[in-house]
Design a protein around this ligand. Sequence first.
Ligand SMILES: *Cc1c(COP(=O)(O)O)cnc(C)c1O
Length: 406
Amino acid sequence: MTDPLPAYAVASAQGCRIRLSDGRELVDGMSSWWCAIHGYNVPALNEAAAAQLGRMAHVMFGGLTHAPAVELARRLIGLVPQGLDRVFFCDSGSVSVEVAIKMALQFWSAQGRPERTRLLSIRGGYHGDTFGAMSVCDPVNGMHERFTAVLPRHLFADRPKSRYGEPLAARDIESFARLIRAHEGELAAVILEPIVQGAGGMWFYSADYLREVAALCRRHDVLLIADEIATGFGRTGRLFACEHAGITPDILCLGKALTGGYLSLAATLATERVARGVSADGGVLMHGPTFMANPLACAVAARSIDLLITSPWQERVAAIEARLRAGLAPLAPHPDVADVRVLGAIGVVETREPVRVAELQRRFVDRGVWIRPFGRLVYLMPPYVICASELDQLTGAMVEVLSETR
Ligand SMILES: *Cc1c(COP(=O)(O)O)cnc(C)c1O
């Protein structure tokens, strides 16, 4: 508000490069926060947007429908874990979380269980910036601590310590198991980010944990909401992170990479059981945003999915993973580094102390890369189309900058 960190003016972006107004070019290490999986200025997506623009940019979605929404919904249903065949389109990730929470609340109230209003989540989670979403973010590190007093009180299980690729340590599930057992009668849903906790700490946890959570939700008849807004569309090496554990949630949130980073659009998917429960008393889902299923965004999203599915995305993400692992490994023994971890096209260096963002930012820009750290996390999640030399430029800059910053 009064003393902002420096911001760099961007003139254009193309492929994996961001061009600043002063002519400098930066290799993009962020995919504009998980979104730009195909890079920037993508001919197929430009064409999809232009073609749709020639037909209609927008039309209300109450009482009207259109091909871009229908086609996008069809594609999504074909891709996500089986059983999620109801789709609600909204404007952003946070709103899709609000919609998911409202679905869960209405599911129970419409079936005569209005007391089931609480949510159970995991510490270290991040689910967005609107009020319902804020209430399930990590209560301390979730960026929203300041608003705690006005948020509904939900329940938080300990963050699983077992890492991705490791079996689950038995005591890791204890906190979650205890909470769901003690509160099952008042719980509407469990909400979590499968496998990768994003903005709440960039932590990758054991797939066994997710499997156990899904089993406990079934046993105690609590709905499971998977927030795949960050992980969806291949980022973790699987199309959706739920696939690492072979689970199907009752409700699924998608956003971010949905439109390949072109426009703001999100989707909340649900099973038939959820849909029937929500409408059990004859009602409809009580949500209807103005830009619901915006045709322009839907048309670009459908094309982005086609582009992804017809590309060798698995090989690309696997190659990025291997190269991130090799490129970031030199930082592991550094005294200021607490941990280095890589999963799919995500590479994370966790420092022991919070980094000086503005200073690091400048050093990265001086080296021709765009990397935006926060807190104790310096991380990369490049577009899938990045080439080996660009990736080496990113990891090389990270090693240099973090090595010289003491
Ligand atoms: C970014 C994010 C959100 C919020 O999405 P917005 O589009 O920024 O509202 C919610 N959940 C997760 C896991 C995210 O990464």
